[in-house]
Design a protein around this ligand. Structure first.
Ligand code: ACO
Length: 432
């Protein structure tokens, strides 16, 4: 849990409002990020801050994830994302985010066993899938399944968080992965494939996605490794839109499953995790409608009268190359080499990236490829369909949401999330 004990006191900042000056505490975190503590602002001056999109607003102290958007640094609990992606399995990183330290061998094996023993969905939940239309977007199904877990395991609400958190965490991580694979099978009209105890987390998912009664499926270790890496890249990103939604819902006292269901909906948005699906659809349209004309597409994205934006480019925090995009780009090439295929969309993406990096419009605004630019291409190379891309992101992001939610619930300064506003509507008037 984030703590003022790990911050440095920098004195105070003075603010003068209409002749009244107040002192506001100034402090910095362990990576020297500075903050002004404005908690007394309204009480002492009557004024509030105005910050649409919370661009300058820190909502908590956190020990989980550190990002330096200017230098392109991302660390979970102090470990660099590249190192974690190279050396760890996804479940180790999930454990790290939630428990604050990497598991030793025994903890790893126990967590893995735990995930396997909670991997089955209640059979009644399985029948939910029959009620959704075949074309249902799997993100809608996934969110419904997340909140449905609270109807199947309501007894967990009655005991303290510490006593039951391991059950909640493993149920979410394991059952939602199973639900994601079921929603895919349902969408293509195939029989669902149950999870297998003998398989590890990522292998199990691939098997549930691709095994059929007519085509046996042997999990390719290279693809399993790639999936582990992709999920690690997605695993947390501090106070992003969906994590903030998870925390906002949780701050009202709602249960973890309900909070995660809300986070899944937020992630679905095209400006957030939904961008990975939109990147592929954009690349396909550029090839089919624009004949692969990169120059025209770049000009359109710069035209303020055209609502078109380059999907997978730009980020609220990164003003240099997203370190996750670097790893994903290489993985995409590796997976294509493994499957022995080529993808014209990758060639197009590489051309687009080159044009973006050479164009002053993008460079001057700090717009670079983000994680979604290459992850969709990698999922596609693995045979995962486009409408499942954001679901993959959600499975990866699950441990981050859980860790952020837990930290929020333990925060002694935590209060219900409730921003204010400046009212600009009509002043009091009468209907008569
Ligand atoms: N294409 C063209 N121009 C862009 C793009 C883009 N993809 N992204 C930002 N800009 C421009 C804006 O028009 C604006 O220009 P201006 O200063 O001349 O008005 C400037 O760059 C700043 O953009 P904002 O929208 O103010 O930046 P914000 O931080 O609010 O938005 C966002 C960040 C939503 C990611 C934005 O860059 C975007 O829409 N990108 C495309 C969607 C995307 O890839 N989303 C996934 C992000 S990663 C994630 O959530 C997992």
């Amino acid at each position: 849990m984030g703590s003022f004990a790990n911050t440095k006191d920098l004195g105070s900042a003075q603010l003068t409002i209409q002749g009244t000056t107040i002192d506001l505490p100034l402090f910095e975190g362990s990576e020297n990020e500075k903050a002004i503590d404005i908690r007394a602002l309204r009480k002492e001056t009557g004024a509030i801050t105005y910050d649409p999109g919370f661009v300058n607003t820190g909502c908590c102290l956190s020990d989980i994830t550190y990002i330096d958007g200017e230098k392109g640094i991302l660390r979970y609990r102090g470990y660099d994302i590249n190192e974690l992606a190279e050396h760890c399995e996804f479940i180790d990183v999930a454990y790290l985010l939630i428990h604050g330290k990497l598991p030793d061998d025994e903890q790893h094996n126990q967590f893995s066993r735990h995930l396997n023993s909670h991997s089955l969905l209640h059979e009644d939940m399985r029948h939910f899938f029959d009620a959704y239309p075949d074309h249902a977007h799997p993100m809608a199904t996934l969110s419904a399944m997340a909140v449905s877990l609270s109807t199947f395991y309501p007894e967990l609400e009655d005991v303290s968080i510490q006593e039951n958190i391991d059950y909640k965490v493993t149920r979410l991580l394991s059952k939602l992965r199973t639900a994601a694979a079921f929603s895919y099978k349902k969408s293509i009209g195939h029989p669902i494939v149950y999870p297998k105890r003998s398989l590890k987390y990522c292998e199990n998912f691939l098997n549930m996605m691709f095994w059929t009664p007519v085509n046996d499926y042997d999990v390719d270790p290279v693809l399993a490794k790639a999936l582990n890496k992709l999920l690690i890249l997605h695993a947390d990103h501090e106070q992003n839109c969906s994590a903030s939604v998870v925390k906002m819902v949780g701050s009202a006292g709602a249960n973890l499953y309900a909070s995660i269901a809300a986070g899944i909906c937020a992630l679905w948005g095209p400006l957030h995790g939904g961008a990975n699906q939109h990147v592929i659809e954009m690349l396909q349209r550029i090839l089919s409608d624009d004949g692969g004309d990169v120059k025209r597409v770049i000009e359109r994205s710069k035209d303020k009268n055209d609502p078109f934006r380059l999907m997978g480019v730009g980020h609220r925090v990164y003003k240099s190359y997203d370190p996750r995009a670097k790893v994903a780009k290489q993985m995409c090439k590796d997976v294509l080499a493994r499957t022995g295929t080529t993808d014209p969309l990758l060639d197009l993406a590489l051309q687009l990236e080159e044009a973006v990096l050479a164009d002053d419009y993008f460079v001057s605004r700090g717009l670079y490829p983000n994680i979604d630019f290459y992850t969709g291409l990698t999922y596609r190379a693995m045979g995962i369909p486009t409408n499942m891309f954001t679901v993959m992101f959600a499975i990866g992001r699950m441990p981050g949401w859980i860790a952020q939610w837990l930290e929020m619930r333990e925060d002694p300064d935590g209060r219900i999330g409730r921003p204010r506003q400046i009212y600009t509507g009509p002043v009091q008037r009468s209907v008569k």
